[in-house]
Design a protein around this ligand. Structure first.
Ligand code: PGA
Length: 266
């Protein structure tokens, strides 16, 4: 099965509305000027997505409406309730109102810095799907967990606890998983192509065991953790890696375009 690639830039706590608009205008110019890439996007072979800060979502939405955008956007987090006494939180309905198309769930910074548990992920995914948006569930092991041979156990727990209530159809049509080894995020250390492929293959096998082969073949699995122009092609050429979740290298148009070009080139 042909699975379209996803290149997703997770901006974390970077870029307010003005910087976001300037970046996306520059990016649109670069994408428009690169005919091979533009065709690949228009043909649905590659999706380019950005995850700006909450405060930058309304201006991102207006910009997208004004231009024939070659990119789309989503949010970095959400709460699972529709409204209520949850200071500092945002609901999926509010994100939908600002034009978001996808929501990142369970990024390791949410899990490790803000103490979010597996139980949160399941509720968040349910509420994202109920609003018709697409969840991108992040899973991944810490260095200690990898070195003690626990990587697959941790990833299995994160996956199953988050996805257990979903149907095969929900997984097949609207679920994206990002494998992000915690030790590779923002550290400059990337998993080798073979290690990243091994884990992404494992994720697909777990999906197949729980939801069937059709869901496993359809679900997109991204790799994230220090992806840059020089290592993107090797990672994206792996049979079970369907794209990348990119932090640092998605903050500059040049480096993002370097990754995009690497993934388009034969
Ligand atoms: P990085 O971040 O590319 O800067 O390692 C990836 C991520 O956290 O999604």
């Amino acid at each position: 099965m042909e699975r379209g690639l996803i290149l997703a830039g997770n901006w974390k706590m970077n870029k307010g509305p003005a910087e976001t608009t300037a970046f996306l205008q520059d990016l649109q110019k670069s994408l428009t000027g690169y005919s091979q890439g533009k065709e690949a996007i228009r043909a649905g072979k590659v999706e380019v997505l950005f995850f700006p800060t909450f405060i930058s979502l309304p201006s991102t939405c207006s910009l997208r409406e004004q231009c024939d955008a070659l990119w789309d956007f989503g949010a970095q987090n959400c709460h699972w309730e529709t409204s209520g006494a949850f200071t500092g939180e945002i609901s999926v309905g509010m994100l939908k109102e600002t034009g978001c198309h996808s929501v990142i769930i369970g990024h390791s910074e949410r899990r490790h810095i803000f103490g979010e548990s597996d139980d949160f992920m399941e509720k968040k995914i349910r509420s994202v799907l109920e609003e018709g948006l697409r969840p991108i569930l992040c899973v991944g092991e810490t260095l200690d967990e990898r070195e003690s041979g626990q990587a697959f156990t941790v990833i299995d727990r994160q996956l199953i606890s988050a996805l257990k209530e979903l149907t095969t159809n929900q997984i097949a049509t609207n679920m994206v998983i990002a494998y992000e080894p915690v030790w590779a995020i923002g550290t400059g250390k990337t998993a080798s192509d073979a290690d990243a492929q091994e884990v992404c293959r494992h994720i697909r096998t777990v999906i197949s065991e729980h939801f069937g082969n059709e869901a496993a073949e359809a679900v997109r699995i991204l790799y994230g953790g220090s992806v840059k122009p020089s290592n993107a092609k090797g990672l994206l050429d792996q049979p079970d890696i369907d794209g990348a979740l990119i932090g640092g290298a998605a903050l500059k148009v040049d480096s993002f375009m370097g990754i995009f070009k690497a993934c388009i080139s034969e």
